[in-house]
Design a protein around this ligand. Structure first.
Ligand code: APR
Length: 320
């Protein structure tokens, strides 16, 4: 059986890391596409030369030609610009929307059967635009945010409780922005929900609130430290987890930016929700019952996403 083909649109910090992880995990043959001449070719060659040491059997190719992504099974999109210190994800809207148009057309023409994972920010609006521009089925186009935000939350919680992060589960819903909703009630240490851990005196509500806020600011914290770009290791790992779930039909229950058309009382919006990812793409959206305060946070986040989608429609008439 032929190896799966993975197209990575954008060969920058995240794109290069995606290629490295996909190669080490032998998920399939990899094509790195970028408009910057030489960059995808250089990264593909450098990574291929690590193959004899790592012992992976996949081919890597760098290109400026969309024809090379033909027939890709998975397509992960990071093309665009990342933020600089002081910028919010939303500041990237205008420039990255144009990039999504070009990328969407490339995908539509060359790999219409792919499972597409968008990482470009502002995430929820960009994945919406990418689905419209590409015309692919909605269950085959989703965005990576919830896995990353939940991983950040899990890391901070594991540090606070002094336990292995393997025993910490966390759920972050809503848009991938300042209004994201880390759900403490559905986050646990070895199955014990966080509110119970506060009651048991293992941590305090204040400390938990600070961790929730640090999770919301997780991306900005990295931008502030790096100064020249945004996070790339954890975003890449998170998208690879989603790609693997699709390629291996794992039926993973992962939070991601998916098209929601009745669950959570929503009508046709891309936003972070729990989903099942398998061979059918986003096979199901899990409609969690939210409590009043959680619903209020979720609604605020949904409003922020709706605002960005409206802004996109204002910039590009074909989206209206
Ligand atoms: N087509 C293909 N590639 C493009 C295009 C385009 N139209 N426009 C820009 N690119 C490429 C750039 O040449 C660059 O190599 O996208 C790449 C982006 O890489 P980085 O600048 O290193 O950004 P990265 O850190 O990988 O983040 C990419 O993901 O998390 C988000 O906010 C982040 O939107 C940003 C994206």
């Amino acid at each position: 059986m032929a190896r799966p083909k993975i197209a990575l649109i954008g060969a920058g910090q995240i794109g290069g890391t995606l290629a490295h992880l996909a190669a080490i995990k032998e998920l399939g043959d990899i094509v790195l596409f970028d408009i910057a001449e030489g960059v995808p070719q250089g990264k593909a060659l450098d990574l291929a030369e690590s193959g004899p040491v790592e012992g992976f059997d996949v081919s890597l190719k760098g290109t400026q030609d969309y024809a090379d992504i033909a027939g890709a099974d998975v397509c992960i999109v990071t093309a665009g610009v990342p933020r600089k210190p002081g910028m919010s994800r939303d500041d990237l809207l205008g420039i990255n929307l144009k990039v999504m148009k070009a990328v969407g057309e490339g995908i539509k023409t060359h790999c219409p059967d792919a499972f597409v994972i968008c990482i470009t920010n502002p995430l929820d609006a960009m994945v919406w635009a990418l689905q419209v521009f590409s015309g692919l089925p909605r269950e085959k186009v989703c965005g990576m945010a919830g896995v990353l935000d939940s991983a950040r939350f899990r890391h901070f919680l594991a540090e606070e409780f002094g336990v292995s992060m393997r025993d910490v589960t966390a759920f972050v819903l809503g848009g991938h922005g300042d209004t994201m909703v880390p759900l403490t009630r559905y986050s646990t240490v070895a199955g014990i929900p966080l509110p119970d851990l506060v009651e048991m005196g293992w941590t305090t509500q204040d400390k938990l609130d600070a961790i929730v806020q640090r999770t919301r600011d997780g991306g900005a914290e990295i931008v502030g430290l790096l100064k020249t770009g945004s996070a790339f290791y954890a975003p890449a790992t998170s998208a690879i987890e989603m790609a693997e779930a699709y390629l291996k039909d794992q039926k993973r229950l992962l939070p991601c930016a998916a098209y929601v058309d009745s669950a959570f009382g929503l009508k046709g919006l891309y936003v972070g929700v729990p989903t099942i990812i398998g061979a059918g793409g986003v096979e199901k959206v899990i409609d969690i019952k939210l409590q009043k305060d959680e619903q209020a946070m979720f609604d605020k986040s949904v409003d922020a996403v709706k605002g960005l989608v409206e802004a996109c429609k204002g910039i590009d008439e074909s989206l209206a």
